[in-house]
Design a protein around this ligand. Structure first.
Ligand SMILES: Cc1ncc(COP(=O)(O)O)c(C=O)c1O
Length: 438
């Protein structure tokens, strides 16, 4: 529906569009970034070597509590090299024409951004998607256990923490250990989130054998781009550093025994990150305040905020999301690229709310569409808490089996979560959402 039609809807009477756009999650510069970028330029260290890189690697390793951090051009690059390391460890060195996971299955988080999963494809592996649980909206350990019973040979899991909320990592780690499987942890969205392992609190980014974070422009802190591989293994850190700089061997000329990548972080990008690092705690506190204001402001509606385990985790609250109660869902359908909804008194739907927010200048987003529903992965295996999630409907029997990810995608949405949004602006957003349910 177009913006004017929505604004003229009597339900939104008295509301005026925001004078400047409210973003889902935009970068927040503080000024110190400029100092380190200028320093890099002044000293002529503008390539993929320099003091900013050394410093962000040192500071990040110290912050998350690991021995080594390797600065890379993107979180996706970190995930690729992490996945490749795992593939080599499990199945031996790759050939230039064949990835390390060729012919192998890998268990993957289903409700995540496709960058978590792409490296499995880069390495010629086949992703098996593991359904989501309602408690944290992350990989369901029960479904993971089912997956090991269906595919006992699998030795690798790629596990993401959605929207900055840690998943049930104690169970996921136990299950993987029982089956001799390694974990690539995708902490791209969750830098600064904490998890309680037994009686120890640890940072996300230390929970797998191979761990990755992102400094993409929309993340909790940013370098404009960038990512990092985090590990306690010196050997793995050195390997990733070598692969990320085209895999040069020790020879006077360019000598190569393995495939290389141009994945190293630039010292300019590292300067931006260096200037952002002192503000990580502040950004998390701001994002938490946003989440808590939504929780309070929406409490009287038939909706719930994205949940987290209050005993075992502290999210970084990167994105605030909500899910509409089943019986408060107004009719709506989605095709491959379009959607359609109807308004109904007392009810609403994600697209009705997203359209209303957009009409007044605020950016929300649908929940990340689960990977098993993506056209590219439609023929990949998908495992739920009940077993295989494919082929579950029957023309002659009612019911279609559980699919938690599809349900959260159908009923949920990401709310404007910018840390620079004022309380007054957020009050208007909360009011718009209330009007959608009128
Ligand atoms: C869950 C997840 N994994 C991986 C990435 C990839 O990170 P980058 O954009 O730095 O490559 C992102 C974000 O972009 C993400 O949200």
């Amino acid at each position: 529906m177009d913006k004017d039609t929505i604004r003229n809807d009597p339900r939104f009477r008295g509301l005026t569009p925001f004078s400047s756009r409210i973003w889902l999650s935009s970068p927040t510069m503080h000024g110190e970034e400029q100092k380190w970028v200028d320093e890099a330029i002044r000293t002529n260290w503008v390539s993929t070597v320099g003091e900013n890189i050394n410093e962000v690697e040192r500071q990040m390793a110290e912050y998350v509590g690991c021995r080594y951090a390797v600065a890379l051009s993107a979180g996706t690059a970190a995930l690729h090299l992490a996945t490749r390391l795992a593939g080599e460890k499990l199945y031996g060195q790759a050939r230039p024409e064949r990835g390390t996971l060729s012919g192998r299955k890998v268990f993957c988080s289903d409700c995540t951004f496709d960058a978590s999963i792409n490296p499995v494809g880069y390495e010629d592996g086949e992703a098996v998607f593991i359904d989501t649980e309602y408690d944290t909206w992350n990989m369901d350990p029960v479904a993971l256990e089912k997956a090991f019973s269906l595919y006992p040979d699998v030795r690798l899991a790629v596990v993401a923490h959605l929207y900055g909320t840690p998943g049930k990592m104690d169970r996921i780690r136990e299950i993987c250990e029982e089956h001799g499987a390694l974990i690539v942890e995708d902490a791209a969205e969750s830098l600064g989130a904490k998890y309680r392992l037994g009686d120890r609190w640890v940072e996300t980014g230390t929970l797998g054998q191979y761990n990755c974070i992102s400094f993409n422009g929309n993340k909790i802190i940013t370098g404009s781009a960038g990512g990092m591989f985090l590990t306690d293994s010196r050997e793995d850190a050195e390997k990733v550093r070598k692969w990320s700089t085209q895999s040069r061997e020790a020879a006077p000329w360019y000598q190569h025994e393995e495939i290389g990548y141009n994945y190293r972080m630039s010292n300019i990008v590292a300067g931006v990150i260096r200037g952002q690092l002192p503000y990580l705690a502040e950004h998390i506190a701001q994002k938490r305040a946003v989440w808590e204001r939504y929780e309070k402001g929406l409490a009287d509606l038939p909706v719930r905020m994205n949940p987290w385990d209050r005993e075992k985790s502290v999210p970084n609250f990167w994105l605030s999301c909500m899910i509409i109660d089943r019986d408060a869902m107004a009719p709506s359908i989605r095709g491959e690229r379009e959607y359609l909804y109807q308004s109904e008194a007392g009810k609403s739907s994600p697209h009705e709310i997203l359209d209303a927010l957009a009409a007044f200048g605020a950016e929300g987003r649908p929940i990340w569409k689960p990977m098993h529903m993506q056209p590219i992965y439609r023929s990949n295996p998908f495992v739920t808490a009940e077993g295989s999630g494919r082929g579950k409907s029957n023309a002659y029997i009612a019911g279609t089996g559980v699919d938690v990810g599809a349900d959260i995608f159908r009923r949920g949405l990401c709310l404007p979560s910018d840390n620079k949004m004022t309380k007054e602006q957020q009050d208007v957003i909360i009011e718009i959402i209330h009007r959608c349910f009128e």
